[in-house]
Design a protein around this ligand. Structure first.
Ligand code: GRG
Length: 303
């Protein structure tokens, strides 16, 4: 993507290729539109649904950033076929539709965070009280459902059945990944294969399928769409592995929540699996579970 951007504007020096700054203005626009898209009729639902879209608690916007950069790279050469159904101002219309994918993706992401925090009984998120902690579990679940519904409406408005199908399937993947994470079966919990599959569903699927959607909207070939998918998949897997490491190395300030929260929730993450390859005896500690803080401390010694 950086190379494509570089070709587009030769004045763009390598050191200026900070991905966030390249799409900063557009991210602001996406942020404004998201705030409009999540306005609800009933005041209690409105304040709950808007909670993570307000300035200062909007998160890193990693997914919209990746999608806008993907759109920039792919729109350099838009095949003739994609003109079909779009007006004269092709590039503006196409870009707006791709921004819509970024907005839908962020809404689904936030919906999953709201439900996740209820499941985990979390107290903090993005450096503030999690919505379930501040307003209660019931409204958090409903706000997540509301966001999913708004995302569905925006998705339908794209009038592209392939994209609708891809993104709708991601919701199933999120639920599947979260359910897989709940397993207590030792064989599965402790295998790298299971971890990678779970991580694809939980984190990478949303990024890969939305990247592919941006390519489809640009009328790219199946081959390019698959490359966009693979790129998003690998980026998503890497993103989760880094997120896993940060759980051990980050601070409350940098994480926006307490460190070691994964291990305290009994989640077997990448650093634990890698440590287990070196110290097979760690498996015993994992099998005993992390409900007991003594086992958490023991596991940390291996890490
Ligand atoms: C209702 C859509 C829906 C799903 C229900 C709870 C659940 C099933 C899925 C949870 C999936 C989940 C929370 C995956 C973790 C993904 C992840 C790495 C989150 C952190 O993403 P960041 O760091 O967060 O991009 P910010 O706050 O920056 O947006």
């Amino acid at each position: 993507i950086a190379r494509q951007m570089h070709h587009q504007s030769s004045s763009l020096a390598q050191e200026h290729l900070d991905p966030f700054s390249l799409v900063a203005d557009e991210l602001l626009l996406v942020g404004h539109r998201l705030r409009d898209m999540v306005i609800a009729e009933v005041p209690k639902l409105a304040s709950a649904a808007e909670y993570f879209f307000k300035l200062g608690v909007e998160g890193k916007r990693f997914r919209p950033t990746v999608l806008l950069l993907m759109a920039t790279a792919l729109n350099v050469a838009v095949p003739e076929a994609s003109h079909h159904g779009l007006g004269d101002n092709l590039s503006t219309e196409l870009r707006t539709r791709q921004q819509s994918v970024a907005e839908i993706t962020e809404m689904i992401h936030v919906a999953s965070l709201l439900h996740d925090d209820v499941l985990d009984d979390a107290e903090t998120r993005r450096g503030v009280g999690s919505l379930n902690f501040v307003m209660g579990n019931k409204i958090s679940v409903l706000a997540g459902d509301f966001l999913l519904s708004r995302a569905c409406v925006a998705l339908a408005a794209l009038k592209n059945t392939e994209v609708v199908s891809l993104i709708a399937t991601v919701v199933e993947h999120l639920v599947t990944g979260e359910t897989m994470q709940m397993t207590t079966a030792s064989e599965k919990r402790c295998s790298m294969e299971y971890y990678m599959q779970k991580t694809f569903y939980k984190t990478a699927s949303l990024i890969s399928n939305s990247c592919k959607s941006v390519a489809i909207l640009a009328g790219q070939t199946t081959e390019v769409a698959m490359l966009a998918y693979e790129y998003g998949k690998n980026l998503g897997l890497a993103f989760q592995v880094i997120d896993d490491v940060l759980d051990f190395t980050g601070t409350s300030a940098s994480l926006g929540k307490g460190p070691l929260s994964d291990i305290r929730h009994g989640i077997v993450t990448a650093p634990i699996l890698f440590a287990m390859e070196e110290y097979p005896q760690l498996r015993e500690v994992i099998d005993r579970g992390f409900d007991d803080p003594v086992n958490v401390e023991l596991a940390l010694e291996y890490l």
